[in-house]
Design a protein around this ligand. Structure first.
Ligand code: ADP
Ligand code: TRP
Length: 320
């Protein structure tokens, strides 16, 4: 199955992103023909600082490589290294009714949040359709906020195929319903915009400080604690298998330990989970040429598919 995903680099990622999006995606790479790219053209719609955009692109690549993206299993590249996607974006634009784009909720949300209403932001879903359709992608794993964009890619592909024959594979979105919402340190949904998030890559001391801030009730030491309503438990359980969860529940009931102990335990779980990733990250940060090389190799693989596909598309629409 050809599975494709684009990753926009939007600053440092938190453990909600990890359990909600990154981990489920990486699990797909073992049994699928995985295509993953850093969506830096998309990032340009909201980021106008050239240094930051360059740094974020490499940083996103480093983050995904560190967390387990395997360039031998997955095709991994930077969107801007395969220029065909921009050509297809233009061609698809000619098959995209403006009414379709005007209905995009993500565009409206971004404008409401104060991001300048430029044309690239408006036509963002057409470039996303080009990303998906150029590589004959069958499945696109997304969060709920991106479903509408994949549906637009389908609409555009169907409209195009109706005129020119079966040129495009019609993609399907895949939303992982099993993924629970990870709570932040205040118990609300963890989100960078609520400043309640725990970043994946933190130094040990600030990490412990943040874990200490996770909101709990005020049950005193010596009384049994309620794990069901506890944010520390909810976060810790993400890192545990079933038997370890039961063990932790017993510790909550035992009256021997207080929240301070469980906050230390939570820090250890986070620290250990990302230990290997942190080492890989340090390696890639010191070897950024290696990261560029990995992205170029991926781009070469993606380009081969893109150039064959573009010939068919150009011929279909009449571009000589
Ligand atoms: P944020 O809310 O921090 O801005 P994004 O909207 O950039 O996060 O989300 C990127 C991905 O991470 C999406 O696929 C989203 O579903 C997932 N995600 C973000 N926060 C959480 C969370 N608290 N629990 C589970 N998944 C999350
Ligand atoms: N819009 C996606 C996001 O913000 C990133 C993206 C760009 C993408 N092109 C894509 C995702 C193609 C899936 C398929 O997260």
């Amino acid at each position: 199955m050809r599975v494709l995903n684009g990753l926009q680099s939007s600053g440092s990622l938190h453990i909600g992103n990890y359990f909600g999006a990154i981990k489920p995606m990486l699990e797909l790479q073992d049994s699928n023909d995985m295509f993953m790219f850093i969506a830096n053209y998309h990032a340009l719609t909201s980021l106008k600082d050239s240094k930051a955009l360059k740094a974020n692109t490499i940083d996103a690549a480093i983050t995904f490589l560190s967390l387990g993206l395997d360039p031998d299993k997955s095709t991994f590249w930077a969107q801007s290294d395969v220029k065909e996607v921009l050509e297809l974006y233009w061609i698809l634009s000619a098959y995209t009714p403006t009414g379709l784009l005007e209905r995009a909720t993500s565009y409206k949300d971004k404008v409401t949040k104060g991001i300048g209403a430029n044309h690239a932001l408006f036509s963002y879903p057409v470039l996303m359709a080009a990303d998906i359709l150029l590589y004959d992608s069958q499945v696109v794993p997304v969060g709920k906020d991106q479903i509408q964009h994949v549906e637009m890619a389908r609409d555009i592909a169907i409209k195009f195929n109706n005129e020119h024959g079966e040129i495009f594979v019609i993609p399907e979105h895949k939303v992982d319903e099993n993924v629970a919402t990870v709570p932040g340190i205040d118990g609300a949904k963890m989100s960078k915009s609520y400043s309640n998030d725990i970043k994946i890559f933190m130094d040990e001391k600030p990490l412990q400080k943040l874990c200490n801030k996770v909101v709990t009730d005020s049950t005193p030491m010596g009384e049994a604690l309620d794990w069901k309503s506890c944010n520390v438990y909810a976060l810790a359980s993400l890192f545990l298998n079933e038997s370890k969860r039961l063990e932790l529940q017993d510790r909550y009931k035992s009256t021997n330990e207080g929240y301070g102990h469980f906050k230390k335990y939570l820090k250890e779980l986070i620290w250990d989970e990302f230990f290997e990733a942190r080492e890989k990250r340090a390696y890639y940060l010191n070897n950024q040429d290696k990261v560029r090389e990995i992205l170029y190799t991926g781009a070469e693989k993606a380009s081969k598919i893109a150039s064959v596909k573009m010939e068919i598309i150009r011929d279909a629409v009449g571009i000589i």
